[in-house]
Design a protein around this ligand. Structure first.
Ligand SMILES: NC(=O)c1ccc[n+]([C@@H]2O[C@H](COP(=O)([O-])OP(=O)(O)OC[C@H]3O[C@@H](n4cnc5c(N)ncnc54)[C@H](OP(=O)(O)O)[C@@H]3O)[C@@H](O)[C@H]2O)c1
Length: 288
């Protein structure tokens, strides 16, 4: 049995759909039964076993992992993320799980400029010494995150960031889900570390132009110094400090380390990754 943590989230949800498309059964985990029902829908019923579990509750994870052979490990960003992921690994080992596929990130180093990537480094390091097969997926920024910019674009015709003209790479979570499904069903892929990108890079300035063209009304890019972006995220958008720090850190990372596309998705899946323009076209109503 494949256990999918974060099945109501962006990557876990995409994985559950990808597995269901391939008629592969899985157990889908969430802390909230209603979210599982809303996210998975009735169509998944025969293949997907919904299961309620909370990484803060060791006993619930033990029950959720029981009988599992493979685990998809992802966790919402947050102050307890590393603790929760490390706990999931220990319980997976106790439960006899033989292969873990973990969602990580770029810039995974002990002294990474991105705090959350330092946490991923800790978890990856534990995984590599766990004595079981460990596959690591390191995606660039999710295209789905761009939808969070919708209100600012639709209300103010404005994209706000601190990336200057630096190119950023975006990957569609559905491609991450497809790669995760491949890693869980094709034994030759297990054990690899894969950096997942889209086909092209795109600066925020170009993104503003693209959105303006697609919706038929111009969008302007406002480039702020990092500290002003952070202040805006906490005061105007109400983000907690750690999340505002994370947004600024990843935007500055794009400036200091250009995010070139890789051919990993095409190599693993035998098809090109989904493109940014196609994604924006599909979701353009969010930006109107
Ligand atoms: N966003 C990006 O651009 C980006 C780029 C690279 C890497 N990443 C990495 O991707 C990961 C996040 O993946 P994602 O976007 O798929 O996550 P997500 O959409 O934020 O979903 C997170 C999932 O975690 C579950 N969760 C939260 N707290 C939990 C708990 N205490 N116990 C059990 N489950 C819990 C949630 O389930 P319930 O709420 O239903 O319980 C939800 O399904 C992070 O590690 C992040 O660093 C993100």
């Amino acid at each position: 049995m494949i256990i999918v943590m974060g099945a109501t989230g962006m990557t876990g949800g995409a994985l559950v759909r990808s597995l269901a498309d391939g008629a592969v059964p899985c157990r889908a985990l969430s802390r909230a039964p209603h979210r599982l029902r809303d996210r998975l829908g009735p169509a998944a019923a025969p293949l997907v076993e919904p299961h309620v579990a909370d990484a803060a509750d060791t006993a619930s994870l033990r029950a959720a992992f029981s009988g599992g052979r493979q685990l998809f490990l992802t966790m919402e960003n947050g102050p307890r993320q590393t603790e929760f992921e490390l706990r999931a690994i220990e319980i997976a080992l106790e439960s006899g799980i033989e292969h873990i596929v973990k969602i990580s990130s770029p810039a995974v180093e002990p002294d990474s400029p991105v705090a959350i990537a330092r946490g991923h480094h800790t978890v990856e390091t534990r995984l590599r010494t766990a004595g079981i097969a460990a596959t690591v997926l390191r995606p660039y920024a999710f295209m789905q995150n761009l939808l969070l910019l919708g209100p600012s674009v639709s209300r103010g015709d404005l994209l706000v960031g601190a990336m200057g003209r630096s190119p950023c790479n975006y990957v569609d979570c559905r491609d991450i889900g497809d790669v995760a499904a491949a890693a869980l069903t094709r034994p030759e892929l297990a054990g690899g570390t894969y950096t997942l990108t889209g086909t092209e890079t795109c600066s925020f300035g170009r993104l503003a132009e693209l959105l303006g063209r697609l919706r038929g009304r111009p969008v302007r890019y406002l480039d702020l110094p990092p500290e002003r972006l952070r202040a805006q995220l906490t005061t105007e958008r109400g983000l907690p400090g750690w999340l505002a720090d994370h947004v600024v850190e990843i935007q500055r990372l794009a400036v200091t380390r250009p995010e070139a596309p890789t051919d990993t998705v095409a190599r693993l899946l035998g098809r090109a990754p989904r493109g940014l323009e196609a994604f924006l076209t599909e979701h353009i109503d969010v930006f109107r």
